[in-house]
Design a protein around this ligand. Structure first.
Ligand code: ZN
Ligand code: ZN
Length: 239
């Protein structure tokens, strides 16, 4: 799976998965964890989940909902590793729930669309960022500022309206309403597109809303990606 092939080295770098010479007892632990499936929805899915604040991820069989009439289902091919994921895995912000499948920079290819989906078709390249739902009725939602909605739903570690848990992009599939699905242009490589969905927009959005004077006093210190690529975005705007 391309996602795991891409992410595995970084997962090991941050010690999120056991080392290569894993003892047999640890392997049995992984098998046991994988067998404890979550089956709330009809579609089988596979991901990597944190089970506690230890910082380790293990295989996780879970489920995705059926593709609703306004939903887009896609095969996840790449997922960025945001530093927020590391905080959430280790419950460093105090509100993580387990099992927790991180990942809010996921991209892939559409495999199914609902009957009322208008913007996407099977085969399109798409992605999902930090949110998968919001109230859709408040002032912020009406202005396309769903990230300020008091009832937004995070892509992982939150609850859908039906009370089931949201699971993120360290997984093989995703189902989300098309309003929260983003088209990836054909000319943009999927692996390069993934980090744009959190780190990228974190840098881009202030460029739109801030003045040049404000930016002259700002820095890009959030993560490796925002420091390296974010400054390139700043330069494209202001230099
Ligand atoms: Zn709202
Ligand atoms: Zn992020």
């Amino acid at each position: 799976m391309a996602l795991l092939a891409t992410a595995s080295s970084l997962l090991h770098k941050y010690s999120l998965v056991p080392k290569r010479n894993t003892p047999r007892s640890s392997l049995l632990f992984l098998i046991e964890m994988a067998s404890q499936a979550e089956i709330e929805h009809p579609k089988k899915a596979f991901g990597w989940a944190a089970r506690d604040p230890s910082g380790l991820l293990s295989p996780f069989n879970f489920s995705r909902s059926e593709t609703g009439e306004k939903d887009v289902a896609f095969k996840v091919l790449y997922c960025g590793i945001c530093h927020s994921d590391l905080h959430m895995v280790k419950n460093e912000w105090g509100f993580s729930t387990y099992p927790l499948v991180p990942g809010h920079e996921l991209v892939g290819v559409v495999i199914e669309v609902g009957s009322k989906v208008e913007k996407f078709k099977v085969g399109d390249k798409v992605g999902v960022g930090c949110l998968v739902d919001s109230c859709r009725t408040c002032q912020n939602c009406s202005e396309n500022l769903e990230n300020y909605c008091p009832q937004y739903t995070l892509t992982y570690g939150a609850k859908h309206r039906d009370g089931t848990i949201t699971y993120g992009g360290y997984s093989d599939s995703m189902v989300a309403e098309e309003h929260f699905v983003i088209r990836i242009p054909d000319g943009l490589a999927l692996d390069a597109a993934a980090p744009l969905l959190c780190a990228g927009i974190t840098v881009y959005s202030p460029q739109i809303f801030c003045t040049r004077q404000a930016w002259s006093t700002c820095g890009c210190g959030w993560s490796w990606w925002t420091r390296s690529h974010g400054c390139q975005i700043c330069q494209s705007f202001w230099c």
